[in-house]
Design a protein around this ligand. Structure first.
Ligand code: IVH
Length: 727
C-alpha cells in the first residue's frame, strides 16, 4: 500500500474520479444508446481501469452509480425492458497480447482446482470473440418468443421484431427441445454486408436524404440495426448470428438433452439449427490455447467478420459449476484480446505528401501510438474532402485505425465534449495548399477527381524521387540497394535530374566543367571510365563507404539487362501497372511498336481501355519522355524484343447469326453483346449467308426459313459453348 492511501484520496484524486465518472458515462451513452462511440474501445477500457484502480485503493469512493458497477449499457427508453431470467454476464479480459494471457488463465484455474503438475492438462473450448452484440433468444415450446439485448446484464431491451428479420436465427426449433430454452450468442454484421450497407448509405446521403449516416464499423452498424425502432428498416440491414452459450433451460439439464461439456452443448445447438462458428476448437492445456490464439490471430484479417480476440472456456460443465463466479464474471472463462486495431492519439501536424504521379496526399503526423501491432506515427487522410469531412485539425485527439497490412488511417476526431476541459481552442480547418509543398508548382484538382496534383512533373523533386524509386524497384528493372535514403541524397545533391541520370552518376558535374552535354560526354567515354566516375560520385556522398558504392555500381550494371514488361512498367506511366505492361509487351513485341501505336491500336490490347490508351499516348507524345527512353537505351538498357503476338482468332469472327424466339437465360441484348464480343455479327433476317440461327422458345418464321435454307440451328446452350470457344 502506498503511504498516501493511509490518508485517503487527495483532492486531485477526488477531482479525477468525478471526471472519470462523467467521461465514462458520456462515452457509454454514446456507445450504447446512440450507437456512435466517440473513443476507441481501448481508450474506454483504459479510463475504466483507471477508475477501478482508484476505487480499489479507496473503497470509500465507490458509489452505486459508478460506471464500474454496470455490466453493459443502459437500455434505450423506446424499447420494452425485459428482465433476463438468468443475468447475462461479462467475462474477464486478458489484455496482454502474448501467449502469457492464456498461460495465466490456465495456471489460475489449476490453482483454484488444486491441481498439481502431475494432473492432466485441463480440457477447454476455444472460440473467437465475435465483435458484435450479445443477444439472448428465448424459445418456449420451441418457438422464438423473445430476443433481448444484454442491457446492464439484468435488464435488456426487447428487440424480438428486429431479430426475427435475421434469416440465420431459427424461429421454430425441432421437436423435443426443452420447454424453455434461452440461447445466447452474438449478433454481428459481416464485413461485406457492412461495406454494401455503407455504400448504400453514401448514395442516400449523396442524393440528399436527411438523417442518414454511414457507420464507423460493422459492430456499430449491427447495434444500430438491432436497435432500430422500425423493423422494416432493420430488415434492410443484413445481420448474422453465432450461438455460444445458454441462459435459462427448463427442464434442467438432467432431464433435457444429454450434454455434459460445452462442446456437446455447441454441437447440440448446431443440430437445432443455430449457426456455430467453424473456428471453435477443443484445446488441451495452456499450450493449445496459446496455439489457438496465434492461429486465429493470423486469420483475423481474412475472416468475413470482425473479431477482437478469442474466448477460452472450461469444457466440462461440472467443472464450470465448481469454479463458479467472482462478482459477475465466471471463473471458468476468459477473453484474450488481440492488439487493438483502433487507438487514440494526437495530431502533431498535417503534412502534404507528393506521390510519384504528383498526387498530393494529406498525412496526419501523430504522437507515436501502438495500434494493430505496430507503432504508428503517420496516418493518411486520403484527400482534401476526406480531411475536411472528418474535420481533422492540428492538436486534435483522433482515432487511428490500422488493420492488417492496410495503411493506417484517421477514422475520426474524438468528440471535443470528451476532451479534457483545459484543452486549448482547436486549430484551423485543413485546406490543400494551392501549390506543391516541394517544388511550388501549381497544384490542380481536375473536375470529377478527388485528388490534387502537382503540375511540376519531373521538375518536382518529390516526383523525381518517387519516379526513381519506382523504376528501381524489384518489380521493375531492380537496382538492388537503391533505397529512399540514397535517392534523397542523389536528388537533393543535384546529381540526378532525370531518370537516365541514374546511369550517368557524376556526369552532370563533369559535363558542366567541360562545357559539353551529358549525352556527348557519356558517348565519348569507355565503360570502365564511366563506372569509375559513378563510383567517385557515390563515394563523395555522406555516409557512403567504398564497398556500398561498388555494390550500387554493380547493381546498376546488372539492372541494364531487363525485360520489356519490366522496363515499360518502370517508366511509371499513369494507369500502366505490371499486368498492363506485360500485355503491351506481348501484344506489340517491340518498344517502338508500343511507342508508335495509335489509341485505336492500343485499344486492341487485352487489358487496355480508353483511359489507359489515352495515358500511353499522352506519355509517348511528349518529346521529353521519348528522350528519356532514348537516353536509357544509350546508357545500355536492353531487353529481348519479340514479334507481335498474332491476333487471337475469336470464336465467332466472320460469322453472322440470327436470333429468334426467347432464350432461356440471355435476353436479346445480352445475346447480341456476347456474340459481338466474340467477333460475330447479328443480322435481322435469315439468308443463305447466315451462319447460324439461334432459336429459343416460340421461334417463328425465321426458324422455318433456316430449315428451308439448310442453315444450322443452335439452342442457347450450344451458342454459349461456341462463345466460349469450345466448338
Ligand atoms: S461467452 C459467461 N463467448 O464478449 C460468458 N462471449 O464479456 C458469457 N463475446 O458481451 C460470454 N464472442 O457478447 C462468449 N465466443 C464468445 C463470445 C463472447 C463474443 C462477447 C459477448 C460478451 C462479451 C463478454
Amino acid at each position: 500500500m502506498n503511504t498516501a492511501d493511509l490518508f485517503g484520496p487527495s483532492a486531485l484524486e477526488r477531482a479525477r474520479l468525478v471526471w472519470l465518472h462523467n467521461t465514462l458515462h458520456a462515452h457509454a451513452h454514446r456507445y450504447y444508446v446512440l450507437d456512435e462511440p466517440s473513443v476507441p474501445d481501448a481508450e474506454y477500457d483504459r479510463l475504466f481501469h483507471e477508475l477501478q484502480g482508484l476505487e480499489l485503493r479507496y473503497p470509500e469512493l465507490l458509489t452505486a452509480d459508478s460506471p464500474t458497477q454496470r455490466v453493459g449499457g443502459r437500455a434505450l427508453a423506446q424499447f420494452a425492458q425485459v428482465r433476463h431470467a438468468l443475468p447475462m454476464l461479462s467475462i474477464r479480459t486478458e489484455t496482454d497480447t502474448q501467449g502469457s494471457g492464456a498461460e495465466n488463465f490456465d495456471a489460475r484455474l489449476r490453482r483454484e482446482l488444486g491441481l498439481t503438475e502431475l494432473d492432466a492438462p485441463l480440457d477447454y473450448v476455444a472460440e473467437p470473440k465475435f465483435d458484435g452484440l450479445a443477444m439472448s433468444l428465448r424459445y418456449e415450446k420451441g418457438v422464438l418468443v423473445q430476443a433481448a439485448t444484454r442491457g446492464d446484464g439484468e435488464m435488456g431491451e426487447e428487440v424480438t421484431q428486429n431479430i426475427r428479420t435475421i434469416g440465420q436465427i431459427p424461429l421454430r426449433l425441432p421437436l423435443g427441445v426443452p420447454a424453455v430454452l434461452e440461447v445466447r450468442g452474438e449478433v454481428y454484421m459481416r464485413r461485406d454486408d457492412f461495406e454494401t450497407l455503407n455504400q448504400r448509405q453514401r448514395e442516400k446521403i449523396a442524393a440528399g436524404a436527411k438523417g442518414e449516416k454511414t457507420f464507423v464499423n460493422p459492430r456499430n452498424a449491427a447495434a444500430g440495426a438491432v436497435r432500430q425502432l422500425d423493423p422494416a428498416i432493420a430488415a434492410q440491414r443484413p445481420l448474422s448470428f453465432f450461438a455460444y452459450g445458454l441462459g435459462e433451460i427448463t427442464p434442467a439439464l438432467k432431464g433435457g438433452p444429454d450434454f455434459v461439456t460445452h462442446l456437446e452443448l455447441l454441437l447440440t445447438l448446431k443440430s437445432w439449427g443455430f449457426p456455430v462458428s467453424t473456428l471453435v476448437q477443443q484445446a488441451h492445456g495452456a499450450t493449445e490455447l496459446v496455439a489457438f490464439y496465434a492461429d486465429i490471430g493470423a486469420q483475423r484479417d481474412s475472416l468475413g467478420f470482425d473479431i477482437d480476440g478469442v474466448v477460452y472456456k472450461v469444457n466440462s460443465l461440472v467443472l464450470q459449476r465448481r469454479l463458479g463466479f467472482v462478482t459477475r464474471e465466471p471463473r471458468w472463462a476468459v477473453a484474450h484480446k488481440f492488439p487493438a486495431q483502433e487507438m487514440q492519439t494526437t495530431v502533431l501536424a498535417i503534412d502534404v505528401q507528393v506521390g510519384r504521379t504528383g498526387k498530393l496526399t494529406p498525412v496526419a503526423k501523430l504522437a507515436p501510438v501502438f495500434v494493430g501491432g505496430v507503432t504508428v506515427t503517420n496516418a493518411t487522410l486520403h484527400n482534401e474532402d476526406e480531411a475536411r469531412r472528418k474535420d481533422v485539425r492540428v492538436g486534435d485527439t483522433v482515432i487511428v485505425r490500422r488493420a492488417g497490412d492496410v495503411i493506417p488511417e484517421v477514422v475520426s476526431v474524438v468528440f471535443p465534449e470528451s476532451a479534457s476541459p483545459e484543452a486549448p481552442p482547436r486549430g484551423a480547418m485543413f485546406t490543400m495548399p494551392g501549390s506543391c509543398p516541394v517544388c511550388n508548382s501549381l497544384a490542380v484538382r481536375e473536375e470529377g477527381e478527388a485528388d490534387y496534383r502537382c503540375t511540376g512533373g519531373l521538375y518536382c523533386r518529390a516526383q523525381r524521387k518517387q519516379a526513381l524509386l519506382h523504376f528501381a524497384q524489384r518489380r521493375a528493372v531492380e537496382v538492388e540497394g537503391l533505397g529512399d535514403k540514397l535517392v534523397d541524397q542523389l536528388v537533393d545533391a543535384g546529381v540526378i535530374h532525370t531518370l537516365p541520370d541514374l546511369y550517368r552518376l557524376g556526369f552532370r558535374a563533369m559535363a558542366e566543367i567541360e562545357q559539353v552535354t551529358t549525352d556527348a560526354l557519356y558517348a565519348r567515354l569507355s565503360d570502365t571510365e564511366r563506372q569509375h566516375i559513378a563510383l567517385e560520385q557515390l563515394k563523395s556522398l555522406e555516409r557512403m563507404a567504398q564497398l556500398s558504392a561498388q555494390n550500387i555500381v554493380q547493381a546498376l550494371e546488372k539492372s541494364k539487362q531487363t525485360t520489356l514488361p519490366r522496363f515499360l512498367f518502370g517508366l511509371g506511366i499513369r494507369h500502366v501497372g505490371e499486368a498492363t505492361a506485360k500485355e503491351l509487351a506481348r501484344h506489340f513485341g517491340k518498344l517502338d511498336a508500343v511507342m508508335q501505336a495509335s489509341e485505336a491500336q492500343l485499344l486492341e490490347v487485352a487489358d487496355v481501355g480508353p483511359i489507359v490508351a489515352k495515358s500511353l499516348r499522352t506519355f509517348f507524345d511528349q518529346a521529353h519522355n521519348r528522350e528519356v527512353v532514348e537516353q536509357l537505351r544509350a546508357c545500355g538498357l536492353s531487353w529481348p524484343e519479340g514479334d507481335p503476338a498474332p491476333l487471337a482468332v475469336q470464336p465467332l469472327s466472320g460469322k453472322t447469326l440470327v436470333l429468334t424466339g426467347t432464350l432461356p437465360s440471355l435476353d436479346r441484348e445480352q445475346a447480341k453483346a456476347r456474340i459481338e464480343a466474340a467477333g460475330g455479327k447479328v443480322a435481322g433476317s435469315v439468308s443463305k449467308k447466315t451462319s447460324f440461327v439461334v432459336a429459343g422458345a416460340e421461334a417463328g418464321s425465321k426458324l422455318e426459313k433456316a430449315r428451308e435454307l439448310g442453315v444450322p440451328v443452335l439452342d442457347e446452350a450450344e451458342l454459349l459453348e461456341m462463345l466460349n470457344g469450345r466448338v
